[in-house]
Design a protein. Structure first.
Ligand code: ITT
Length: 196
């Protein structure tokens, strides 16, 4: 079964491949020669996930999936949330985003946060969504060299940041890993069962 992944983020591709490789024939936008940026101007993570995936589906009319992820910080009323990529400006600079986050949390006692991923899958005009959440806290400085985005400041229960995990370890606990396993379960059980 071929699925096109509606993302321009190669780090996401790597993390999805960790779970999907060998199970599904996942093609990236680059592999199908699609170079445009997909729109994401909705005010919810669910809405952005749907918008990216629906835009691609309308253009190529092939089964596809996409995802949107946001970091929600309690003491900042859920920010940066849907604005996670552009928190410190349109250049989508992860270092600048983390610096601004650490600055905005300066002096705040509550540093609890969560990552939320919503995957949208479109199969033959039908739309499905799968959510994954990872709870943690925001550290006081950046630690680790793995992962991407806000990983160096996102601290797990065991004290490590997401950037200190291997790709495999991150997948086991992460928001994206949880959402993608729900997608796989759906594809393996419900959907395959329904169409036969
Ligand atoms: P798309 O092409 O899929 O839209 P994007 O990079 O614009 O890719 P998002 O809007 O979903 O991705 O992501 C918002 C930002 O949140 C992203 O730029 C990262 O900085 C951050 N982010 C997403 N997933 C993350 C993860 O697993 N760990 C740390 N930061 C993450």
């Amino acid at each position: 079964m071929e699925l096109i992944f509606a993302t321009g983020n190669q780090n996401k591709v790597k993390e999805f491949q960790q779970e999907l490789a060998g199970k599904y024939d996942v093609k990236t936008l680059a592999e199908i020669g699609f170079t445009d940026e997909l729109p994401e101007d909705q005010d919810t993570i669910e809405g952005n996930s749907l918008q990216k995936t629906q835009t691609l589906y309308n253009l190529i009319k092939k089964d596809c999936f996409g995802e949107d992820t946001g970091l929600e910080v309690a003491a900042l009323d859920g920010e940066p949330g849907v604005y996670s990529a552009r928190y410190a400006g349109d250049q989508k600079d992860s270092e600048a985003n983390m610096d601004l986050l650490l600055k905005n949390l300066n002096g705040k006692k509550d540093r609890s946060a969560q990552f939320k991923t919503v995957i949208t899958l479109i199969l033959s005009d039908k739309v499905y969504q799968f959510e994954g959440i990872l709870k943690g806290t925001i550290g006081h400085c950046k630690k680790g060299s793995g992962g991407f985005g806000y990983d160096p400041v996102f601290v797990l229960e065991d004290g490590r940041t997401l950037a200190e995990l291997t790709l495999e370890e991150k997948s086991t606990v992460s928001h994206r890993g949880k959402a993608v396993r729900k997608l796989i379960q759906f594809l393996q059980n419900d959907y395959i069962y329904k169409v036969e």
